[in-house]
Design a binder for this molecule. Structure first.
Ligand SMILES: [Fe+2]
Length: 257
């Protein structure tokens, strides 16, 4: 599996504070069956991670991985706040994209942002980038207005939900909304959005195998955690989505509480 969203770099944002904690996160990822991690530190007004600083931290962590013989592929990326996008030129965005792709991971806002969302994502597309929305299931604006997210996806945005969301880590409202987005085929990827080795660890398989998660959908899980990430990192079109298998149990899991 490939984890496209992971705060694994040390001492750069609200992720691990030192390289030992980063290494513990990588070990947890390996134990979970993840072979590639894209390091995605916050680029927002609180953590102004510059592309050069991200590159330096990636090199430091790669050296530590080689020293400890941890067989994982580490790529550079970022999680860009909507409010930072207007101030970034094409070259800066290119440096913040996931790996060598033109895919920019954009954080779904937690507060009302008006038309900035549509304008920013449209602008990214026009400039040749593929927007990947991070955790739309935790965005109050989408929770209130699913068609708004549908229009963004129709316009070319790709959605990545957090594994912890479907395992209930962010509460029942978020979990049920994540399941609804899955059912409406608005989810393309599941990533960890991990921040530490224990509480918010890089675990995809562990969350997807949770009984409250995605029962009977092994094909869809593989598509979201491997097939889609491969296509995103290669700037390829997304392969066809396996149909979701719903059941009476699924309907109980998605019913509004
Ligand atoms: Fe994140």
């Amino acid at each position: 599996m490939i984890d496209l969203h992971c705060h694994v770099l040390p001492d750069i944002d609200d992720g691990p504070t030192d390289i030992e904690a980063s290494l513990q996160m990588v070990q947890a990822a390996l134990d979970d069956g993840i072979h590639t991690i894209v390091a995605t530190p916050h680029v927002n007004h609180r953590y102004g991670s510059e592309p050069e600083a991200i590159g330096t931290r990636v090199e430091e962590l790669r050296a530590a991985l080689a020293r400890d013989r941890l067989p994982i592929s580490l790529l550079a990326g970022a999680e860009i706040a909507l409010s930072r996008l207007p101030g970034l030129d094409d070259e800066e965005i290119r440096m913040l994209c996931l790996g060598d792709s033109s895919c920019a991971l954009v954080e779904s806002p937690y507060t009302a942002v008006g038309s900035l969302m549509e304008e920013s994502l449209f602008d990214l597309k026009v400039r040749g980038f593929r927007p990947l929305l991070a955790h739309p299931e935790r965005c109050p604006e989408f929770q209130r207005d699913v068609p708004r997210l549908e229009r963004l996806v129709d316009g070319g945005a790709v959605c990545s939900i957090s594994a912890g969301s479907i395992a209930g880590q962010f509460g029942e409202t978020v979990r049920r909304f994540a399941m609804r987005l899955l059912e409406r085929e608005l989810v393309h990827n599941v990533s960890s959005d991990a921040h530490d080795p224990v509480r918010r660890a890089p675990r995809l398989r562990a969350s997807l195998s949770d009984p409250k998660s995605l029962p009977g959908n092994a094909g869809l899980q593989l598509w979201m955690t491997s097939t889609v990430p491969v296509a995103i990192l290669a700037d390829e079109p997304l392969p066809p989505r396996p149909p979701i298998q719903t059941s009476s149990r699924w309907r109980r899991l998605t019913a509004r509480g």
